[in-house]
Design a protein around this ligand. Sequence first.
Ligand SMILES: [Zn+2]
Length: 672
Amino acid sequence: MSESITAKDRMRELEAEVRKHQDLYYVKHAPSISDRAFDRLYAELQQLERDYPEFASPDSPTRSVGSDLDNDFPKFTHTIPVLSLGNTYSTAEALAWARKHLQNDQEVVDIQWKVDGATLVLYYERGVLKRAVTRGSGQVGDDVTANALTIQNVPRKLKKPETLVARGEVYMTYADFESFNETMGGVYANPRNLSAGSLKHKKSREVARRPLRWAAFDASFPEKKGRARPKSDRVRLELLRELGVPLLPDNAFVPGTELEQTIQDFEKRRDDMPMPVDGLVLKIDDLDRREILGATANTPRWATALKFEPEVAETRVLEIEVAVGRTGRVTPRARLESVQLAGTTVSYATLHNADQIGRLGVRVGSFVRVSKRGEIIPAVEEVIEVGDGPEFVYPDKCPSCATTLVREPEAVDWLCPNPECPDVLLNRLIFFCQRKQMDIAGMGEKICRILFERGFVRRLPDIYSLHKHREELESLDGFGQKSVRILLDGIQTSLERPFRRVLPSLGLRELGPFVTDVLLRNGYHSIQSIQKLVKKKGARDILEKIDGIGPRTSQAIVDQFRDPGVLELIKDLKKAGLQFEETAPAQDNNQYPQIFSGQTWCVTGSFESFHPRELAMEEVQKRGGRTVSGISGKTTHLLAGEGAGSKLKKAQELGVQVVDEPEFLKLLKKKK
Ligand SMILES: [Zn+2]
């Protein structure tokens, strides 16, 4: 067989592969290989097309951008093409691109984070948002305006009646993703897929629940009489800012001589970014020069993407196990030959669900690539070499209690329905005591396990009778007087945690901090008021009318609060002295100086010390302040974390005092 025939076959093969993965990525939001692996296939095809142009298909996927078009949405033809960028993983190649296209080494290059989300183009006419369209094929996109309108920081109106098209990215911060995913029982793999999937959701009410954000990276203004066209990207972005359009953080504009250093500076900050970023975008700043440079078939010459090597490691799958979580959900995971990844030793990676195992084709003995991004747990990204182990058969019985598993309604997951399942009880206990929940000092995972195994604690209320067993506990191996005192003090202190903390700590399905906050904001200040509601006939409808509560959540709330087991749990915890009612902040606790008394605070963005941000709101309340979810004329302070966005703009407009995290921490230390 001649070399060229082999090349031709390989090209057809690659075309099919690339198409398949584009579909999984853009349309199904469930990629089965890493971006890196995809880029390799794509580059190989491009190279072959350069070497054997005679075999290149006229409709090769390299000649168009991957399409996210979906039949469920009306189509809209973009008034400006939404191009995709050429990319490289090598800084040297990115610098070579700059050398090739810059006129001299003083010419300015824009550097932006390449946020890993989904592109969304907003069309404004005379200052009013008319249309929001996905990138689609680059020429034609899906009109998802109704969904875009639910994104909190998408401006419906600009500050001036301008007509413009703003290209931007929809994304989710890690903090928001984690807390949302937590309430959903951890079914989502990563913020990118969830963001992209949310944009195409059929119910806007459901989209509204998802903590999406949008930021512009580019715009175009139509020609207008009496107005000079912006000459550079820098000026254009500044115009956007003045109009109230949220921008990506950290945009830099540097001469060619500083490009390399600036790239290094960005790379150092990569892990500190509050949202997923997968690289940098480099663009020629001068807009006239962009026109001269033009574009190839589908990528502009005046811009390129420098992608980051993802933090990945390759290792072998020793076993595929399933574990039962606190909600009874059964999740598969791979036990791995230990490997170093992003500074930690990794011996397990999640496989998400049964479907994902099938998609990846993973089995025992497989050599796999695992990745870890931000705070997300490691995941198996792709199979490099299929193993020799048997195909994995999903168990039909609970690995903990052997009860027959049931399929979760409308979902891909399996559940253990046994309320007394030991693993469910233990994981519920561990969850309840965690720092992010009731924060019980001295009761970390290890202690929880010992107390559970020794039979001291089975159900959550048992925690609050542990003091009756002080002497027995003190005699336990590795406990002693001191650690028992810390433990019992920690338990006592947890009785003061406010209702907004107690409710999500119960570990009920769908009832995380986000839904709790929604309920509180809508007047359900106590467990009693929720129980009263659930008894009503149209309870589900009443709940679904609340912004931020979808059908799945309302069903879960009604089901669980009618469940005798849950009701008994609440009754017993109430008896133990836990807070099941939101107390008025002023009378909360006199150990805190009431320095915020009379003030109204809005908290937005993500924080290092307050995670989830409700914790910061609690600090305000404990000190006599009120917290609100939106900025109005009555708001006195805005606590702005990373990625504060539109609320920050609004606060500045209204003259609301803006406080950042370090300043806030200082305030909290104040005695009077
Ligand atoms: Zn079980």
